[in-house]
Design a protein around this ligand. Structure first.
Ligand code: ATP
Ligand code: MG
Length: 215
């Protein structure tokens, strides 16, 4: 952890050059879960599409601060932005670019969401390479894969872990299932955490617990 960050404990970055894998969904939910636990959270929307910002604009009352910063200078400016927060979550853009490099340099842990399909496993390799490149200079940087949109009781859902082994990055034990409630709740700026009895909510809680344990 860097000294000049003062009070900020952890910077989580959701990154994958592949589009639509769940970077925004998991960023918002991790931020919301941490905020629910009483932490002061900043969500940095580093995707020029601005999906996290749009989500937060749909809300009447903010759950946490969301700022847009799709700039490759993010890693140089982040220390000036995060002082008032306990945790920072960065929602990354699709594509491998200077911006993705900057996010990796800013992060303490890079979480790569992956859907259980061979195409997704192949596509994640570029993002993994980028992280491994950064780890040469920043050995304390953590990286994990997170299986998202897993469909229960399917062969591909079971086999994806074997396929992921070739990326040589640890895979989180707790997967996130394919649950339509993620899309439904997003439509009005809420999250699955607002639901009382929800498997999705439990999965997010376990996801965040596991990340906190790693760190
Ligand atoms: N576990 C899930 N179950 C069901 N739907 C999901 C799940 N995770 C994400 N989605 C849906 O999949 C779509 C893509 O998700 P999301 O926008 O989070 O991906 P992304 O990686 O941020 O995409 P982009 O690369 O375009 O920024 C959204 O419609 C979202 O609601
Ligand atoms: Mg997104």
């Amino acid at each position: 952890m860097r000294m000049h960050r003062n009070t900020t404990d952890m910077i989580y970055a959701y990154l994958n050059q592949k589009g639509g894998v769940g970077k925004t969904t998991l960023s918002i939910h991790t931020a919301a879960e941490l905020a629910k636990r009483g932490r002061r959270v900043l969500l940095i929307d580093a995707d020029p599409q601005g999906s996290s910002l749009t989500w937060s604009n749909c809300r009447e009352k903010a759950l946490f601060t969301v700022v847009g910063m799709p700039k490759a200078t993010l890693h140089k400016e982040i220390d000036l932005m995060v002082g008032d927060y306990d945790d920072v979550v960065i929602d990354g853009p699709p594509r491998v670019t200077e911006l993705a490099r900057s996010i990796i340099l800013a992060a303490d842990i890079v979480i790569i969401p992956i859907q259980p399909s061979p195409m997704d496993v192949w596509a994640a390799a570029d993002t993994v390479d980028l992280v491994k490149e950064a780890q040469i200079y920043k050995p304390e940087l953590r990286c994990v894969l997170a299986i998202n949109r897993k469909i229960a009781n399917t062969a591909i859902g079971r086999d994806v872990r074997t396929a992921l082994a070739e990326l040589e990055v640890p895979v989180l034990k707790h997967d996130i299932g394919q649950r339509v409630t993620f899309a439904e709740t997003a439509a009005n700026g809420s999250t699955v955490l607002d639901q009382r009895r929800s498997k999705a909510r439990k999965e997010i809680e376990k996801h965040v617990n596991e990340l906190r344990r790693i760190l």
